[in-house]
Design a protein around this ligand. Structure first.
Ligand code: PHE
Length: 372
């Protein structure tokens, strides 16, 4: 794709009911924040590249322009995601059509690159997930995937079995990365589950008085290597979210800022300068609007958030369920509080009232709910 914008009409058939990608999301394809050397996401990518270039004997091959439109086979089947896993649902993933999705993780490229014979690689790219709205969630974000394949010679002399050896190397490598990015930090490993790794871990770092999850990783399921024709190998893999790390490293308070084209944001960052602290140029007040409605069985919060985002765009900061009850007739009512705030200017009452009016209309007409 390489900076080329993809037109929705070229990939989506008109009125295809199997497509759930709105225009607002399509417009993000090809923006590629991770390929801008003066943007926090690109600066962080390059800092991670530096770590892998200087601390490993073999060179990691880097990919940052693989197309985010992938088959369900690549996104799910090839990495052993079970047929009934919730991540496959239309509520969680953007489907271009029944067989094609916007990748929900960079793991979508693992199998193909293994099949091509790569043994050390990093894949950076934009990933897409339907989700709720708050200051740390945005439907498009960036991940970096890393994979390293070992051969029997590597673990032979260690006195360890292959899996333990590879798991040890994985933890050591990622602890080194965390130190490279954050300096001395407290970190801990948490056991978890991914369909494509076993054992699987999450790394958490202690930041601003809280444990924060920064990456998922593990020893690659042998089945993935076997299917890629790499029977003798044992591998590790990790996937890290770049926004999460960049928010911490650059003190960026809201994930929407990454998309800002306001000079007061973009001019604060420059190539090679990791960890410059962002100076907020505005603290415009948020404005809250509540909305109550009777839901139907098909209602989901992700669908609501998409409708709100479709109308209010990046002016919506948070959508939060504040009340939920079921009456004697079995009807369920939800009340959501929407926080509107611009990162760039103050919004007028009139503007917000108009927005909220349009949001109410859209929610009513698209979501099969009854406003109260
Ligand atoms: N793909 C996982 C995610 O998006 C992260 C991951 C990558 C975990 C590789 C293990 C190995 O959450």
């Amino acid at each position: 794709i390489g900076g080329v914008k993809i037109a929705k009409d070229d990939v989506v058939k008109e009125n295809d009911p199997t497509n759930n990608v709105p225009d607002t999301i399509f417009s993000k394809l090809g923006v590629e924040l991770h390929r801008r050397d003066n943007h926090p996401i690109g600066i962080l990518k390059n800092a991670i590249y530096d770590y892998f270039d200087t601390n490993f004997p073999a060179k990691f091959v880097k990919f940052d322009d693989l197309c985010p439109i992938v088959s369900i086979k690549e996104n799910f089947d090839d990495v052993l995601v079970p047929a009934d896993h919730i991540s496959r649902s239309y509520n969680d993933t953007y489907y271009v059509d029944a067989q094609t999705v916007l990748r929900c993780h960079t793991s979508a490229h693992q199998a193909e690159l293994l099949r091509k014979g790569h043994s050390h690689f990093l894949v950076t790219g934009d990933v897409y997930r339907r989700d709720s709205i708050d200051s740390t969630h945005y439907p498009v974000f960036h991940q970096m995937e890393g994979v390293r394949v070992f051969s029997p010679d590597d673990w032979a002399g260690s006195g360890m079995d292959a899996t333990s050896y590879v798991a040890m190397d994985l933890k050591k490598s990622l602890e080194g990365l965390a130190k490279h990015l954050f300096g001395a930090v407290d970190m801990r490993w948490v056991d978890t589950y991914f369909p494509f790794t076993n054992p699987s871990f999450e790394l958490e770092i202690f930041f601003q008085e809280k444990w924060m999850e920064v990456l998922g990783c593990g020893v690659t399921e042998q089945e993935i290597l076997r299917r890629s024709g790499r029977m003798d190998g044992v591998a590790w893999a990790f996937g890290l979210g770049l926004e999460r790390l960049a928010m911490v490293l650059f003190d960026i308070p809201d994930i929407r800022l990454f998309w800002s084209t306001d000079q007061r944001f973009t001019s604060q960052f420059s190539e090679g300068k990791l960890g410059i602290k962002f100076q907020p140029f505005s603290k415009y007040p948020p404005c809250y609007k509540d909305m109550s409605f009777w839901i139907s069985d098909s209602f989901t919060e992700n669908n609501l958030c998409e409708v709100v985002r479709g109308i209010a765009g990046d002016l919506v900061e948070e959508v939060q369920l504040i009340d939920n009850f079921t009456n004697k007739k079995g009807m369920t009512s939800h009340c959501y509080r929407i926080a509107y705030r611009s990162m760039e200017r103050s919004l007028t009452d009139e503007e917000i009232n108009q927005l909220q009016g349009r949001v109410r209309e859209a929610v009513q007409s698209k979501l099969n709910v009854v406003l109260r």
